[in-house]
Write a protein that binds this ligand. Structure first.
Ligand code: FES
Length: 242
């Protein structure tokens, strides 16, 4: 069987054009295949001080073969400048290839079910609005249902997914293909590289991670779930200087 036959696609996600992918180079950067658009996205807060929306900012050029920093030490971010070879950072991949939902928790509400796999948390905090998504999903009524959906759809890592209990289907549309560099002034840090639209991520081993609509890849070098972000950028106050 060819390796591509083994690529898993999460229920409700659609794989991007296979010409677009992100390849992890062993102990090195992200190699971008295809030419997906790349912008900064700043997390803006609402009057309650909670993460509420993304503001799209500066665009960066990407072409087939572009290399993006994943050690956090490049002097030319978001691009790789070879600093990983001298930096004291362990870029070994530690994430599992198992489907995210295999180890997710499920919380059922009257209309939606929420699945949550905390291992993939990118600490974007959209889930803290209202009474928090874990309580909002349990509440009856249109307003709670709408807020639950809003928060889940803004979760950049895809840790949080909302399912329509009547149909069993994922309650979200596939996103357009894009790459985003997160800036999070509320946390005083720069954040992960967000992949939207079912972009395949290929390990340095040649194996592919499960394809998902929303994914966040570490670019600070500190995650304990590489290549995925685990929120450590907020702890170390990663600054990309963009
Ligand atoms: S960017 Fe989030 S842990 Fe590195």
């Amino acid at each position: 069987m060819e390796r591509r036959d083994a690529v898993q696609v999460q229920q409700g996600s659609v794989e991007a054009d296979p010409a677009v992918s992100v390849v992890i180079l062993k102990d090195g950067p992200y190699l971008i295949r295809g030419a997906p658009p790349l912008h900064t996205q700043t997390i803006e807060r609402n009057e309650q001080g909670q993460s509420w929306q993304f503001r799209q900012g500066r665009q960066f050029a990407v072409k087939d073969g572009t290399r993006l920093c994943r050690c956090g030490h490049s002097q030319n971010k978001p691009y790789c400048d070879g600093s990983h070879a001298r930096a004291d950072v362990d870029l070994t991949e530690t994430a599992t290839f198992e489907p995210m939902l295999d180890s997710a928790q499920e919380i059922d509400g009257p209309r939606y079910a929420l699945t949550d796999n905390e291992r993939y948390c990118a600490f974007a905090r959209f889930c803290d609005n209202g009474e928090g998504i874990w309580n909002e999903v349990r509440q009856p009524g249109e307003q709670h249902a709408r807020l639950t959906m809003y928060m889940a759809h803004h979760c950049p890592s895809g840790r949080l997914l909302v399912w329509d209990r009547a149909t069993g289907e994922l309650a979200e549309e596939p996103s357009p293909v894009s790459l985003s560099l997160i800036e999070d002034p509320g946390a005083g840090a720069s954040g992960p590289l967000v992949l939207r639209g079912g972009i395949r991520v290929e390990s340095a081993s040649g194996e592919s991670y499960e394809i998902r609509n929303r994914q966040t890849l570490c670019r600070c070098g500190a995650s304990s779930n590489k290549p995925f972000c685990d929120g450590s950028h907020a702890t170390i106050r990663f600054q990309d200087g963009l």
